[in-house]
Design a protein around this ligand. Structure first.
Ligand SMILES: N[C@@H]1[C@@H](O)[C@H](O)[C@@H](COP(=O)(O)O)O[C@@H]1O
Length: 264
């Protein structure tokens, strides 16, 4: 498990974009797992920028999003499908047939969840992006979610409904159910990158990285993942007991990479 603590959200976006670029350039048909929420917005801007500078092409890229609200159609402004269009897809050369999100208005959401899971297992995700709920959730896997869970319908925790209420106006319907990849689905990805910014995430970050592996903090399951990178800011890192060590390890790695680069 790698923990990278950076000062500015912009640095976090760039560091994460480097990992995306590496994945996309290394594999012809890279499969990306994408996330929503406010945290990845700067990353998406950075990816669009790199696409416009012709450093990146999404022509052969396939994407799967983590989750979608039950009851919201793709064209609903609060749906995650709409979010992805507005923040990424409409600016890059990705084919709509290659972008996948659960259908929030599927007639049979149970079947929809099962088929979504099957498709993910068939493709295999090369790089999964995650944000973090203030209660430690990933996707919409709320505390007490099974650590082996697959894509299914979840009821949102009160904390999550409150946290996300800022995106909805007072008289607007705010869903309390979502279709989300499970924790087991996320763990199936070859590589995972989790981003967290701000003090609101500090407790959850400490639990996820240094706490016991527990369904009380779904993100703590990542301690079992063979290739996970946390990229977080100083505020989110404030309760980490091993913070100085993580800084030191990262510095050593950077120096080693620089040395290898110079020797090329
Ligand atoms: N389902 C999403 C999560 O995938 C996301 O990580 C979380 C945090 O959002 P934000 O980045 O806005 O704090 O919000 C939602 O609950």
């Amino acid at each position: 498990m790698e923990v990278i603590i950076l000062k500015e959200p912009q640095q976090i976006a760039k560091k994460c974009a480097d990992i995306f670029q590496e994945t996309i350039c290394q594999k012809h048909n890279a499969v990306l797992g994408l996330a929503t929420g406010s945290t990845p917005i700067l990353l998406y801007r950075e990816l669009v920028d790199r696409y416009q500078k012709q450093l990146l092409s999404f022509e052969n890229v396939v994407t799967f999003n983590l989750d979608e609200y039950v009851g919201l159609a793709p064209e609903h402004p609060q749906s995650y499908s709409y979010f992805m269009q507005q923040h990424l897809f409409k600016y890059i050369n990705i084919s709509s047939k290659n972008t996948h999100l659960p259908n929030g208005i599927a007639q049979n959401p149970i079947r929809e969840s099962r088929e979504y899971e099957e498709k993910i297992r068939e493709y295999g995700i090369d790089l999964q992006l995650l944000g973090l709920g203030s209660n430690g959730h990933i996707g919409f896997n709320e505390p007490t979610s099974s650590l082996g869970s697959q894509t299914r319908i979840k009821t949102l925790a009160q904390q999550t409904i409150e946290d996300n209420s800022r995106f909805f106006s007072a008289d607007e319907f705010q869903p309390t159910l979502a279709i989300t990849m499970g924790i087991g689905t996320i763990m199936f990805a070859k590589r995972v990158v989790l981003l967290a910014i701000g003090e609101k995430k500090a407790r959850a970050i400490q639990q996820a990285i240094e706490g016991p592996i527990s369904a009380w903090c779904p993100a703590s399951a990542l301690q079992m993942h063979p290739h996970t990178t946390f990229i977080i800011d100083e505020e989110a890192a404030q309760f980490l007991q091993m913070k100085d060590y993580y800084h030191w390890v990262y510095k050593q790695q950077q120096q080693l990479l620089q040395k290898l680069h110079n020797e090329k």
